[in-house]
Design a protein. Structure first.
Length: 201
């Protein structure tokens, strides 16, 4: 028989396993208890007004240089443009955004090639609104994500989201909308308010 309990910042997980010898079977039970949502958060959507998607990645427990190396791999693998990296006020927590636009199928394929949290990767299947969402404002006592760097790319093969670019510029991201790049001309970006558990640092 094996019993194991693990407590993390926002949830408690339990694992119980017992062998039943006379039937040569093993009974295994796993449960997870989460904090109830208690903080309203302001986020923005990955979907454009033309039903295309930019790339949002949410990283936890991964250091900055490892993330940068992964983003460079994704750029080479899928010929992606620049990535914009944001740091959250917890150790080794980051957001990354690429404003190249894709069909939902292709965006999901690229998302599955990342080291992001599985719940975030598959959010497109679980959220009724079919979108990925990143926080851009404060969350309870925690500060807003802060822009830290741009991971430059030599690729320029995909149409970019004008609305996402203009919004990121308001968040102090130095985006230059060059003429040689192809922009979708969009001006509408969906803002999303959602309720989530408020983790402390």
């Amino acid at each position: 028989m094996k019993l194991e309990l693990k407590r993390k910042e926002n949830h408690l997980s339990g694992f119980f396993q017992m062998k039943i010898p006379f039937v040569e079977k093993t009974f295994r039970f796993h449960t997870m208890l989460y904090n109830s949502p208690n903080a309203w958060v302001h986020g923005y959507s990955s979907r454009t007004q033309f039903s295309r998607y930019v790339l949002f990645h949410d990283y936890d427990n991964l250091d900055e240089e490892s993330i940068v190396q992964e983003l460079k791999f994704l750029q080479d693998e899928y010929h992606l443009g620049d990535y914009y990296l944001f740091k959250l006020d917890r150790d080794n927590s980051f957001h990354a955004v690429c404003i190249d636009t894709f069909s939902i199928r292709k965006a999901y394929e690229i998302q599955q090639a990342t080291s992001c949290d599985l719940a975030f990767i598959h959010a497109i299947k679980n959220l009724q609104t079919k979108e990925w969402i990143l926080r851009w404002h404060k969350k309870g006592t925690r500060g807003s994500p802060e822009y830290v760097r741009t991971i430059k790319s030599n690729y320029n093969e995909h149409i970019k989201s004008s609305a996402h670019a203009n919004f990121l510029k308001k968040l102090c991201v130095p985006i230059k909308m060059r003429k040689r790049e192809e922009w979708d001309g969009g001006s509408v970006l969906a803002m999303v308010d959602y309720n989530t558990a408020n983790r402390t640092k």
